[in-house]
Design a protein. Structure first.
Length: 557
């Protein structure tokens, strides 16, 4: 999976997802406009109160004025709350949809499509990268619209009071977005490297943790710690580069905003002192001058907020580059079940005709493969490494689609019905024996689990455990030998309701005694109405097959 470096493609991807939250985004903008109008009323009341009290020396009803100011503050607060809540809802909706799309992408790619991705990278995509979209939809996107609408509202009010002061504000306004855009180009590149580094760091650290025992046995644990420290330091430097860009954008905005506000303040001060007679300066009153001064900082406030949120956009673009690549890459390996209509299963067996598989890199693994396996029989697939044994099982399981030909299991496309699967490395969760057995049968009773344990020859092992089925198993099957882990995985197949079993090298890497135990467990699975396909190098498993398929230069059964 290669992330795109085109920021326009990332921006288009983010805009597509914004459609799902269009209502909330519009509500956030409306709330922001209400907040701005309430702010203008509040500042106008304050300027009017001072003008009446100092210049005109007229009595002012404090209760009425205070009530009006309080109402403006309340409306302003409600508008701010509404804007934040609408933004949060928009962000939540989009991130939920993106995570759902990621789940579908992972399911579509299957184990084959995800075989080149470590779990650390996938975890980074699910957590950090999706969460990086939060600021873009919750804050930046609504603020980008408000940064245009609110300054125009304030500029219109200032122009009514004094058109020359409005010109000062208008002259400074275009400079800020211009420099923000220039700085943002660098920020997007930095953030793309940031997320790529984070994904690599996650996988790097996870690999070292998983291999800690091996590293200690070979005396390489210190080197592993130094490798992780170096990768972490590289990630730290990228983080600091991102922060430098964020602080630079804020500094640029503050500089131009401060210069513009100072120019307006000087102009208002000299005009009120009668030292400027140009344009509307002669007609400036304390009300208009104070009102303009109070509005000048608020004119730049939406742009200030946009500058603060600009790094949210850069972070979202960096995440979008990786997430969009993941969602596009998942389309290259799509299970057949997603392409075919569901049909009712029948009592037939497995039929493969003209099957060919070509990987995205162009390598052809299988071609013109034909065989039929009647119901109740077992097929043993043999052949040298790389000939396509695991690929054939992946196609039958529905993990990947063939490039030509078809396969049918009980009249259905692979992936349309559940199958019992056992890979070369049985997957065990960190939990109890009971939890691992119930992965395939959540409603399995204690008696059914004990019977399955008996059938794979693990009862003596279980009886020796003080907590029985509640005994916990560590990460990667820690606490079990290789043969015990394989037999526990076989016991799960006894509990599944599926009558189709696919076993990929169930005895690989085992000694003779352990291999004999696992073969005895496999012997208990086959037969009856079950269909079983076993891929193996081992001669001992060949005796279990009713049919044999040798993959290589020619295929024959």
């Amino acid at each position: 999976m290669t992330a795109t470096t085109d920021p326009r493609a990332g921006a288009r991807w983010l805009s597509q997802w914004a459609r799902d939250a269009r209502g909330y985004l519009a509500l956030g903008v409306i709330a922001g406009v209400v907040q701005a109008l309430a702010m203008v009323v509040q500042l106008g009341l304050m300027a009017w109160f001072v003008d009446r009290l100092i210049v005109h020396d007229q009595p002012v009803t404090l209760v009425a004025t205070g009530a009006a100011l309080a109402l403006a503050v309340v409306v302003r607060s409600i508008g701010q709350w509404g804007q934040e809540m609408a933004g949060l809802q928009a962000s939540h909706r989009v991130r939920r949809q993106v995570r759902r799309a990621l789940l579908n992408a992972w399911a579509s790619a299957g184990p084959v499509g995800l075989s080149s991705c470590d779990s650390g990278r996938l975890s980074s995509e699910w957590t950090e990268q999706v969460d990086s979209l939060d600021g873009y939809y919750a804050r930046f996107l609504p603020q980008m619209i408000l940064a245009v609408i609110v300054p125009l509202i304030i500029l219109s009010v200032v122009a009514v009071q004094d058109w020359l002061a409005a010109l000062f504000l208008l002259a400074a306004a275009p400079l800020i977005p211009l420099f923000m855009a220039l700085i943002g180009m660098g920020a997007e590149r930095v953030n793309q490297r940031h997320y790529e580094s984070l994904a690599r760091l996650s996988g790097h650290f996870l690999d070292r943790i998983r291999g800690m025992t091996t590293l200690q046995l070979f005396g390489r644990s210190v080197d592993a710690v130094e490798d992780v420290a170096a990768a972490t330091d590289h990630y730290r430097r990228l983080n600091m580069a991102t922060l430098r860009v964020a602080f630079l954008s804020s500094a640029v905005l503050e500089f131009f905003a401060s210069v513009a506000i100072a120019a307006v303040a000087i102009y208002v001060g000299f005009a009120l002192l009668g030292m400027i007679s140009f344009g509307p300066a002669d007609e400036m009153s304390l009300f208009s001058g104070l009102f303009v001064l109070l509005l000048a900082p608020e004119f730049f406030q939406p742009l200030r907020l946009l500058s603060q949120y600009y790094h949210d956009r850069a972070a979202a673009l960096g995440a979008a580059a990786h997430l969009s690549a993941r969602l596009v890459a998942s389309d290259s390996l799509v299970p057949q079940a997603a392409q075919a209509q569901r049909q009712e299963p029948d009592s037939s067996g497995i039929r493969v005709s003209g099957l060919g598989v070509r990987y995205p890199n162009g390598r052809e693994v299988l071609s013109d493969l034909d065989f039929e396996l009647p119901s109740g029989q077992t097929l043993v697939v043999t052949g040298p490494s790389g000939c396509g044994k695991s690929t054939l099982l992946a196609v039958l399981a529905g993990f990947m689609a063939p490039s030509q030909g078809e396969a049918r299991i009980r009249g259905q496309s692979p992936g349309s019905m559940p199958v019992g699967w056992m890979g070369q490395r049985p997957w065990l969760v960190p939990g109890s024996w009971r939890q691992n057995l119930r992965l395939t049968a959540p409603e399995a009773s204690e008696g059914a689990m004990l019977e399955a344990i008996d059938r794979v020859g693990l009862r003596s092992v279980l009886d020796g455990l003080p907590e029985g089925l509640s005994t916990r198993i560590g990460e990667g099957g820690l606490g079990l030998s290789g043969g015990q882990a394989r037999r526990l995985a076989l016991a799960r197949l006894f509990l599944t309701s599926s009558t189709v079993m696919l076993l990929d090298e169930p005895t690989a890497g085992l000694d003779e005694a352990t291999e004999a135990e696992v073969i005895e467990g496999v012997r208990g699975i086959i037969g009856g109405q079950r269909l079983c396909v076993i891929a193996s190098h081992q001669p001992a498993l060949r005796a279990l097959g009713d049919q044999h398929l040798a993959l290589g230069s020619t295929h024959h059964a």
